[in-house]
Ligand binder design. Structure first.
Ligand code: FAD
Length: 360
C-alpha cells in the first residue's frame, strides 16, 4: 500500500471517528444519510477517479478502493451516494455526451443527486434482456411505459436509471436503451415493498407514458445490452460484496476473551479468505485502471464474497451466547441481509455461469 492510499484511508477514519452514527452491517444498502455523503464530497473523498472538470480528482480505481474499503469497514452510512458514485457517474463518463456528463457528474460527485437502478422487472431479473418496459420516440424525447421491481431506494432518489426496450427484434439483446428519468416526473409512481426486516428498501416503480428528453439517453440508442453488461462490472466488482458484514467481524475481533482456541483458528481461516478477496478486488480495480471491463473478475468477486459473508454469519452464530448486545444487533442485521447478498446485482448461479463462460 503506498502513502497516498494510506493518507486517503486516514482521511476516512478521521471523518468516521468524529461523525455521530451507529456502525451497521450492509451500510452501503441500508445506511442512508445524505449529509454524510455530502461531507465525504466536501473532503474530496467521492468520485476520485473522475475528471477534474466533472468534480473528480483524476485518481486511480485503486485509490478509490482504499476509500470504499474504509467506509465499509466502519459501517458508515453511505447508501445515498453509493449507486451514483459507483456506477452511474462512471457509466456517463464512459458513454455519455459531454453535455450529459456536465449536467449530472458534478451533482453526483457532490452527492446532490441520488440515483436508483431500474433494471429488474417482474419477468426480467437474471434474464435482464427480457425487459418489457418500452420507450417510444415523442418529439425531442421519449415516452416510457412499464413496470420495474425491487428498485432499491427509489423513494429517496432524485433520478432513476432505466433500461428500456426501444425496438422489437428477434434478438432480445438488441433494441435496448439506457435512460435517465426524473423520479418526480409526471407518470412515475413509486410504491413501497417492505422487506422481511421491516425496512422500506425496495420499491415497485411504474411508468405511465413518462417523458424524458433525448439528451438523457445514455450512450447509443439500441446498444443498451452491451452497455449495461459493462456497467454491471462496476456494480459487482467492489468490496461491498465481501465487506458488508465486516462491522460484525470487527466487533468480534475487538471483544475481550470471546474466542476459544478453535474459534481463533476458524477466525484466522476467515481472515485469510478476506485477504484473498481484498487482493482480488485490487486486481479488479487495476483492470479498471487499465481501461478493461472486468466482467469475469467482478462476477468472481461477487460469488466468492457472498460465500465468505455467509460463512462469517455462521461463525458468529456459534459465539452468540457469549456476545454483548451490540454484536447481537449487528448479527441480526447480517442475518437479514445474508439472503439478499446472493441475489442483488445478479444471483449466485448466474455469477457461476459468467465465470464458467469466461474460463472457456
Ligand atoms: C437486496 C436486493 C436489492 C435489489 N436491488 C435492485 C435494484 O435496485 N434495481 C434492480 O433493478 N434490481 C434490484 N434487485 C433485483 C435483483 O437484481 C434480481 O432479484 C436478481 O437479478 C434475480 O432476478 P429475479 O429476482 O427475477 O430471479 P429469477 O431470475 O427468477 O431467478 C430465481 C433463481 O433462479 C435461478 N436462476 C435464474 N436464472 C438462472 C440461470 N440462467 N442459471 C442458473 N440459475 C438461474 C437462480 O438461483 C435465481 O436465484 C435487488 C434484489 C435484491 C435481493
Amino acid at each position: 500500500m503506498d502513502t497516498h492510499e494510506t493518507e486517503l484511508r486516514q482521511r476516512v477514519r478521521d471523518l468516521c471517528a468524529t461523525w455521530d452514527y451507529t456502525p451497521r452491517c450492509d451500510s452501503w444498502a441500508g445506511g442512508f444519510e445524505p449529509e454524510f455523503s455530502r461531507e465525504l464530497a466536501r473532503r474530496g473523498l467521492l468520485a476520485r477517479t473522475w475528471p477534474k472538470h466533472l468534480g473528480g480528482a483524476e485518481d486511480s480505481n485503486v485509490a478509490r478502493l482504499a476509500i470504499t474499503e474504509e467506509l465499509l469497514r466502519a459501517g458508515a452510512p453511505v447508501s445515498a451516494h453509493w449507486v451514483g458514485e459507483r456506477q452511474i457517474g462512471p457509466e456517463l463518463i464512459r458513454l455519455g455526451t459531454p453535455e450529459l456528463q456536465e449536467e449530472f457528474c458534478p451533482r453526483l460527485a457532490s452527492a446532490e443527486y441520488v440515483f436508483a437502478l431500474g433494471m429488474s422487472e417482474p419477468d426480467a431479473g437474471s434474464d435482464l434482456a427480457a425487459v418489457r418496459t418500452t420507450a417510444v420516440r415523442d418529439g425531442d424525447g421519449w415516452r416510457l411505459t412499464g413496470r420495474k421491481i425491487w428498485t432499491s431506494g427509489a423513494h429517496r432518489a432524485t433520478h432513476l436509471y432505466v433500461l428500456a426496450r426501444t425496438a422489437r427484434t428477434d434478438d432480445k439483446h438488441a433494441g435496448l436503451t439506457e435512460f435517465i428519468v426524473e423520479r418526480t416526473a409526471p407518470g412515475v409512481t413509486v410504491r413501497p415493498i417492505i422487506g422481511m426486516d421491516g425496512e422500506h428498501h425496495f420499491n415497485e416503480v411504474t411508468f405511465d407514458e413518462v417523458f424524458t428528453p433525448d439528451r438523457w439517453v445514455i450512450g447509443q440508442v439500441g446498444d443498451g445490452w452491451s452497455q449495461v453488461v459493462g456497467q454491471l462490472s462496476f456494480e459487482r466488482g467492489g468490496p461491498e460484496r465481501f465487506l458488508s458484514m465486516y462491522p460484525l467481524l470487527k466487533a468480534v475481533l475487538d471483544a475481550d476473551g470471546l474466542l476459544g482456541a478453535e474459534d481463533a483458528r476458524r477466525l484466522r481461516s476467515l481472515l485469510a479468505r478476506l485477504m484473498v478477496l481484498r487482493t482480488w478486488a485490487r486486481e479488479t480495480a487495476l483492470a479498471l485502471d487499465a481501461g478493461r471491463s472486468p466482467i469475469v473478475e467482478a462476477a468472481t468477486s461477487k460469488y466468492l464474497g457472498n460465500r465468505f459473508e455467509l460463512d462469517c454469519i455462521e461463525f458468529v452464530r456459534g459465539l452468540l451466547p457469549r456476545c454483548d448486545a451490540d454484536i447481537h444487533r449487528m448479527y441480526s442485521q447480517a442475518v437479514l441481509a445474508g439472503p439478499k447478498s446472493g441475489i442483488r446485482g445478479g444471483a449466485a448461479p448466474v455469477m457461476l455461469s459468467i465465470i464458467a463462460k469466461g474460463a472457456k
